[in-house]
Design a protein around this ligand. Sequence first.
Ligand SMILES: [Zn+2]
Length: 74
Amino acid sequence: MSDIVSDSILERDFSARSIEEQHDFLSQTWCNHCMEMDLGMINPKEFETKDRVWIEGECKKCGQSTITEIVEED
Ligand SMILES: [Zn+2]
């Protein structure tokens, strides 16, 4: 296993995103625990590394942690 991901993770301000974006990211989810999509998440936190941006939150249904990876065009 590589620990590249643990290398310089920065927390971003999820609430700085537009309401529309926040809404989309919080509703378009995949829960590995429920094995269902679009259950929604709560308590979102946004993180970034050099290569990736993602949002971590809790599944609205089961409360397990759920992650949404964001693809950003620059
Ligand atoms: Zn779930």
